[in-house]
Write a protein that binds this ligand. Structure first.
Ligand code: PXP
Length: 236
């Protein structure tokens, strides 16, 4: 199973000061040097974390694949066709949300999604649909021309360790099985962390996991001690 690392949170931290540190490009290079097989980033309509210039630099410097998360809008389609990332992952986007809350409603906007995807696949870009693990969304996704789905693991992650875990896990497993039967390849992500990720191995054929928040959170604490020590030594 491959690991795509989402670097949006590095950009959030950078933007808090409006400067250049911490640099998401450097973060991507560190991720690549340590086992990430792709770099995921979500260019949001409001540009709250990753900016256009970041994406344009990433596409030039990455040694692995750029997976661009984006909303189903004309603006994003234009950017993707110009930049040509390895893959795009289509997500629903609400301005007010803190993070992507639910999966894309493919079933409810099938024709729109089909028309949106066509120019992207024609341009050689792999298309993935970020969907909730339901039979309806998987079946609809298989009719769109997308090669991949990414199963939303947010609910599983939320109920992990509770009585609801098993049902949430079964939904993911069944959705992944059905998708593969219908010819789709399957990624998964959202809310995965160092505790709940282990069970992903129980799902046959999962291709790649996209993980951001838990990795960046761990990196902060793994690095905080040495960062303080270095500063303390400097000012001694
Ligand atoms: N996959 C998709 C489609 C997402 O929108 C996100 C969050 O940006 C992730 C994966 C990563 O989620 P997390 O940051 O919770 O690991």
């Amino acid at each position: 199973m491959l690991l795509g690392v989402n670097i949006d949170h590095i950009a959030t931290l950078r933007n808090a000061r409006g400067g250049v540190d911490p640099d998401p490009i450097k973060a991507a290079e560190i991720c690549e040097a340590n086992g990430a097989t792709s770099i995921t980033t979500h260019l949001r309509e409001d540009r709250r974390h990753i900016k256009d210039a970041d994406v344009r630099t990433l596409i030039k410097v990455l040694k692995t694949n750029l997976n661009l998360e984006m909303a189903v809008t004309e603006e994003m389609q234009k950017i993707a066709l110009e930049i040509k990332p390895h893959s795009v992952c289509l997500v629903p986007e609400k301005r007010q949300e803190v993070t992507t809350e639910g999966g894309l409603d493919v079933q409810g906007q099938l024709t729109k999604i089909i028309n949106f995807i066509q120019p992207l696949t024609d341009a050689g870009i792999i298309v993935s649909l970020f969907i909730d693990p339901t039979k309806e969304q998987v079946m609809a996704s298989s009719q769109t021309g997308a090669q991949f789905i990414e199963l939303h693991t947010g609910h599983y992650s939320l109920v992990y360790g509770t009585l609801e875990e098993e049902d949430a896990f079964e939904d993911l497993k069944n959705a992944a099985e059905l998708a593969q039967t219908l010819g789709l390849r399957v990624n998964a992500g959202h809310g995965l962390n160092y505790h709940n990720v282990g069970r992903m191995h129980e799902i046959e054929g999962l291709y790649e996991l996209n993980i951001g928040h838990s990795i960046i959170s761990k990196a902060v604490f793994d690095g905080l001690g040495s960062a303080v020590r270095e500063m303390a030594d400097l000012i001694k």
